[in-house]
Design a binder for this molecule. Structure first.
Ligand SMILES: [Zn+2]
Length: 284
């Protein structure tokens, strides 16, 4: 992050002794974001025993130590967060004393593409069954995992080579023009058996086979960041295994609800899906 671009959040309220917090600074690199973005908030010159509370859009976010005397808060802005102005509050607390910073965050809408999707009757039966038995509930819950340790280092790399055939946030509609969901990741299409690699360091959190997702892997990168891999032909890692950036985790396939060989790659911050390509371009 370029420090010269940082600006402090406006200091709002102080209760008690100001010198208790020394020179703590709460910094954002910008205050306008788009649907799918990840907001990074850095708290400088804070000791690890000073508690940090953050709230944004009715949700609370934890802060984790990212460097000595530095804590970081990440907020995922999903593709379906309504555009508008939102209040971001960061509060630090030590014993009975607290200090609060506030900033207005402007979320802008993205022009997501629309895609027509028509499922055969056979596939509709599978979708109905998966929904009835809540087949993917363990996947949804696992994506909300928060691990105190940060495993990822630097920018993420693409987990597969190929063409991006469906982008993040694509609105899917059936032939009656009714919404059949939002595409919460990117599809990378290539050939059966192509390598799928870990885009960054992490722990293999969950592997399994599901009705719609097919063969699936979740990697926990730490600090509330998880990535998801769907429709694999094979899973080449085990739960609990530590993987380094670039290590092969499986092979591209078309298992589950899929019409051809591709990898569905999703990136989640505290359970909220964000645009994965942003993490390949920006260092969080
Ligand atoms: Zn997909």
């Amino acid at each position: 992050m370029n420090n010269s671009k940082l600006f402090p959040l406006s200091f709002f309220f102080i209760f008690g002794m100001s010198n208790l917090f020394g020179s703590i600074n709460v910094l954002l690199d910008k205050n306008t974001f788009y649907q799918g973005d990840t907001i990074k908030i850095i708290i400088k010159d804070i000791d690890k025993n000073t508690k940090v509370f953050c709230s944004f859009n009715k949700k609370k976010y934890p802060a984790f130590v990212c460097k000595r005397n530095k804590k970081r808060i990440l907020v995922g802005v999903s593709s379906d967060v309504k555009p508008g102005e939102y209040l971001l509050i960061v509060k630090v607390k030590k014993i009975f004393f607290s200090k609060e910073w506030k900033s207005i965050i402007n979320i802008k809408g993205n022009k997501f593409p629309t895609e027509k999707i028509n499922f055969s009757n056979e596939k509709k039966v599978l979708i109905e069954k998966a929904s009835r038995i809540k087949d993917d509930s363990i996947v949804i819950d696992s994506l909300k995992t928060i691990t105190e340790k940060q495993y990822w280092e630097g920018k993420f790399i693409l987990p597969a080579k190929g063409k991006i055939t469906t982008s993040y946030g694509t609105r899917r509609k059936n032939k009656e023009n009714a919404s059949v969901g939002i595409h919460r990741g990117i599809d990378i299409s290539s050939s059966y058996g192509d390598s799928v690699v870990a885009p960054n360091n992490g722990l293999i959190l969950l592997t399994g086979e599901f009705i719609l997702y097919g063969k699936m892997i979740i990697i926990d990168h730490g600090n509330g960041v998880c990535t998801l891999y769907l429709h694999l032909d094979s899973i080449d890692v085990k739960e609990g295994e530590y993987v380094k950036k670039g290590i092969k985790i499986g092979r591209m396939g078309s298992t589950g609800l899929s019409t051809g060989p591709h990898l569905h790659w999703g990136l989640y911050v505290f359970g909220d899906s964000v645009a994965p390509l942003v993490w390949t371009q920006t260092e969080f």
